[in-house]
Design a protein. Structure first.
Ligand code: FES
Length: 340
């Protein structure tokens, strides 16, 4: 649609609109009648895009300046600063787009007859022309500063996601790490968060313990401990030994009815949490996958495809529960198993 055609259509539409006594007369914005006001609106949009750029830069600086150090306060500070930077980056783009549309783009009111859903070719061509006219209306072609600010904000914003993502996994593609946890032969099972080793006599029938490897104080305060703990966490449950159905290749993996299974759901990795003592079922709250603890934690319901990995356990000379080895399969979602 040419500029002349466009203005002709708009004029006739205005006339249609104004002919209806139920619709108040259109009020022009200040920017439409005052060049200075229009320029001011343009500057405001530029400032909003600039806020987005600053937010992006701030989030990148925060990502490198406040790395999670393994402590709760350190993780909070990192998350907070990164989130605030991203919030300003997105908010700046959003507000700029809205203000641009409201204050700078064409304010003409138009009305249109309803037509069939399948548009004929000439209507589609008109739509393309109208889109082109919208681009012209935005003024992006002739407002160089606005164009530069918008492109800068839009081009830089993805960095708030890409840089942390690439940096976090970059250089560490060793997927074998995902197949192994901190458990090893003879390592005691300890309660979380106290780190107190558990004796078999502490575990009564029906009780459930959230258990982690009993590592040194030094390892607990290291930066890697949080991720190691997250991979290694198990649920310790005692059943009546007569209820336990152990596969031949797993005989001896439990101790007097006490079994230990990975707490990470094999669907997409939520923590399995709810235990029904009567049915011996463990339920994942995310998508309701249900595992039968009495039968090798096999899936009895839900989207998970494989049982929860079992940690072979026994007791040491002092009666404390210890691991016989690491898990014999990858913990977590089935995806990792396919990387074998
Ligand atoms: S993550 Fe457990 S059922 Fe989906």
């Amino acid at each position: 649609m040419s500029e002349n055609q466009h203005s002709t259509d708009v004029t006739s539409a205005d006339q249609n609109t104004f002919a209806d006594p139920g619709i108040p007369e259109h009020q022009h914005r200040r920017g439409d009648v005052d060049a200075a006001a229009s320029k001011r609106a343009e500057r405001q949009v530029v400032v909003l895009f600039a806020i987005s750029v600053i937010g992006t830069i701030a989030s990148l600086v925060a990502y490198f300046a406040f790395r999670p150090d393994g402590t709760t306060s350190g993780t909070r500070l990192s998350t907070l600063t990164l989130g605030l930077g991203m919030a300003f980056a997105l908010l700046g783009i959003g507000l700029a787009a809205v203000h641009w549309a409201k204050a700078i783009m064409n304010d003409t009111e138009v009305s249109e007859e309803r037509h069939q859903l399948s548009s004929p070719d000439d209507v589609r061509e008109a739509a393309v022309a109208s889109l082109k006219a919208g681009v012209d209306d935005s003024g992006i072609a002739r407002r160089g500063m606005l164009k530069g600010a918008a492109l800068s904000a839009l081009a830089l914003f993805p960095l708030t996601i890409a840089v942390p993502l690439v940096s976090s996994v970059g250089g560490d593609w060793n997927v074998s790490k995902l197949r192994h946890t901190r458990w090893e032969k003879g390592m005691r099972l300890a309660t979380d968060p106290t780190g107190r080793p558990i004796k078999a006599s502490d575990v009564t029938i029906g009780s459930v313990f959230h258990v982690i490897p009993d590592v040194s104080e030094k390892e607990r305060s290291s930066g890697e401990w949080l991720s190691e703990k997250a991979k290694a966490v198990v649920l310790l449950i005692r059943l009546d030994p007569r209820d336990l159905h152990e596969a031949d290749d797993r005989k001896g993996w439990s101790y007097d009815g006490i079994v230990a299974y990975s707490k990470i759901c094999t669907h997409v990795g939520c923590p399995v949490a709810l235990y029904e003592q009567q049915t011996h079922h463990l339920l994942c709250p995310c998508h309701q996958s249900t595992f039968d603890v009495a039968d090798g934690a096999k899936v009895v319901f839900g989207p998970a495809h494989r049982p929860l990995p079992q940690l072979p356990i026994t007791v040491d000379d002092d009666g404390y529960l210890v691991a016989q080895s690491d898990f014999h399969e990858p913990v977590g979602p089935s995806y990792w198993e396919r990387l074998k």
